[in-house]
Design a protein around this ligand. Structure first.
Ligand code: ZN
Length: 180
């Protein structure tokens, strides 16, 4: 150990420097690993509390979004799920690799069934689109009147999927009448 003022070598256990009289202050040095661990723990705790705050903020904003949607008169679209079901059903029927021996995949009744499913799904898509348009109008009207509490109306993604499924299978069914 050396004096922190004059740099003279000090005896072990000396309380002051024999040359300049400066008091010997022992600085407890925490091992680096311990310091690192403590720092890591502090950072972890900080991150956890930040995550929690963000989650709470998200939940709060989701709550208020749902509330505003209700106040604005945005309704659940009851046609989306049936439209999606019919769309997926018709697509599965038209794309499923039916064993040729069964004679199902190319049979007339199968083609008609696929076409009916797809057309039914398209009608439901149209109904769902009307509800969606009403909701967009309601959300716009509400947002015009409540600038600060604006919310975004999300068009149902399932409806887009339903439209695609119905469109593809209807097209495939129609084509099958002309090709085979
Ligand atoms: Zn000294």
């Amino acid at each position: 150990m050396y004096c922190r003022r004059c740099g003279k070598k000090l005896e072990d256990g000396a309380t002051s420097c024999p040359a300049c009289g400066t008091e010997v202050v022992e600085v407890k040095q925490r091992p680096y690993a311990e310091k690192y661990r403590a720092q890591r723990q502090a950072e972890k705790a900080q991150r956890a509390s930040e995550r929690q705050a963000a989650a709470e903020a998200r939940a709060a904003s989701a709550d208020s979004e749902a509330q505003y949607a209700k106040q604005a008169g945005v309704k659940d679209d009851p046609y989306v799920t049936p439209a999606l079901c019919l769309g997926v059903a018709s697509l599965v029927c038209s794309a499923f690799p039916w064993p040729a021996a069964w004679g199902v995949g190319t049979s007339m009744w199968m083609r008609i069934l696929i076409l009916l499913l797809a057309l039914g799904g398209m009608v439901l898509c149209l109904l769902a689109t009307r509800v969606e348009a009403d909701n967009v109008r309601a959300a716009d009207a509400w947002n015009r009147g409540h600038k600060k509490r604006a919310f975004t109306y999300r068009r149902p993604a399932a409806l887009m999927v339903a439209r695609i499924c119905c469109g593809i299978s209807a097209l495939m069914a129609l084509l099958s009448f002309f090709t085979v």
